[in-house]
Design a protein around this ligand. Structure first.
Ligand code: ADP
Ligand code: MN
Ligand code: MN
Ligand code: MN
Ligand code: MN
Length: 360
């Protein structure tokens, strides 16, 4: 990949310093979700290694600079909720996923994790598992898909999905680096593949139980943005980055419960599909911004205003995988969420719809 000196960090030079001894200090990269669906981070020096997020102090940031607070009362608190090994700094250094809290002791407007965790705890006995397929598009410094002719288009879709070879795939280096970084961080990443539109890729996180899915997926997004930085590339999770006859970008959500996974679980899967159909509009509201452009009924999507489910049907809102139908148990795939949806909101509303919001 061509490097332009103005946009690409000088990683080779940096490595010299990354190897220096930290003299016992440990660096904790606190990660939070901002007011525009992005991630922000800042680093804290700790005096010793930690084994559990509960050992970490709360911290705060200037919410008026992230669209999360007014300038008169701008402190937003970040509370650690999960830790992961840091693949960039290595050693005992860690990544810290946090929740945002306002000074009055209520969750920040953009803290969707708190409610999600409540729903997961209320329904823990159903042992919900989630597997999300995060699609995304890699752009060059000018904001055009990486490897596409400047101001023009590549040949029509066909050879790119799971493609191999020059001209069929772009930026495999970024994708491989991200995969390794996720594994190092201990994320439950279950696979990757090149997607239908050139420079569009997918990684899957899961199966993860309960709140862990949202934590792992947000950290995987952070790692992707951070890795792409070093290659001078931009990542977009917009649902329809290129208008016209190019596939949109989704966040297929695979869901199962203890009842669905056991013998004759198909009844529980079908019951869940029916309940999901009754709250279609409410789900669409939290399934991502700009999703109407993607869910046209073409390019392997259902139309945004019609709910449907079916076995092996990639044009339905919800697909029951063929293998599950054959075995009479397994999981369902909600194909509606857009790539920019929040995994805490998706998995939360799925629990609420299947089981109700209260303990059940
Ligand atoms: P697709 O065939 O739709 O492209 P993928 O293989 O990309 O599917 O993704 C399937 C996802 O479903 C993976 O993240 C996987 O971990 C997850 N998954 C598999 N079994 C279950 C299950 N029983 N419950 C929830 N998620 C599951
Ligand atoms: Mn909480
Ligand atoms: Mn997939
Ligand atoms: Mn896909
Ligand atoms: Mn899928």
């Amino acid at each position: 990949m061509a490097a332009t000196s103005t946009t690409v960090s000088n990683t080779e030079n940096l490595m010299k310093y990354m190897k220096l001894d930290q003299k016992g200090s440990v660096l904790a990269e606190y990660i939070w979700i901002d007011g525009s669906n992005g991630v922000r981070t800042k680093t804290k020096t700790l005096s010793k290694p930690v084994k559990d997020y509960k050992e970490l102090p709360e911290w705060n940031f200037d919410g008026s600079s992230t669209g999360q607070a007014a300038s008169e009362d701008s402190d937003v608190c970040i509370r650690p909720c999960a830790i992961f090994p840091d693949p960039f700094r290595g050693g005992d250094n860690i990544l810290v996923m946090t929740e945002t809290w306002d000074p009055d002791g209520t969750p920040n407007k953009y803290n969707y994790r708190h409610e999600c965790e409540r729903l997961m705890e209320a329904n823990a006995k159903h042992v919900p598992w989630f597997g999300l397929e995060q699609e995304y598009t890699i752009l060059d410094a000018d904001g055009w898909p990486y490897g596409w002719p400047k101001g023009g288009f590549p040949a029509p879709q066909g050879p790119y999905y799971c493609g191999v070879g020059t001209g069929k795939v772009f930026c495999r280096d970024i994708v491989e680096a991200h995969y390794k970084a996720c594994l190092y961080a201990g994320l439950q990443i279950s696979g990757i593949n090149a997607e239908v539109m050139p420079s569009q890729w997918e990684f899957q996180i899961g199966p993860c139980e309960g709140i862990a899915l949202g934590d792992h997926l947000w950290v995987a997004r952070y790692l992707l943005y951070r890795v792409a930085e070093e290659f001078g590339a931009k990542i977009t999770i917009e649902p329809k980055p290129i208008k016209g006859d190019w596939n949109g970008t989704g966040l297929h959500t695979n869901v199962s419960t203890a009842e669905m996974r056991k013998e004759k679980g198909m009844k529980a899967i079908e019951d869940a599909c029916k309940k999901l159909g009754e709250r279609h509009e409410e789900h669409i509201l939290v399934y991502g911004e700009g999703n109407a452009e993607r869910m046209t009924g073409e390019h392997e999507t259902a139309s945004i205003d019609k709910f449907s489910y079916g076995v092996a049907d990639r044009g339905a809102s919800i697909r029951i995988p063929r293998q599950c139908a054959q075995e009479g148990k397994g999981y369902l795939e909600d194909r509606r969420p857009a790539s920019n949806a929040c995994p805490y909101r998706i998995t939360g509303i799925v629990m609420e719809t299947i089981f109700g919001g209260m303990e059940g």
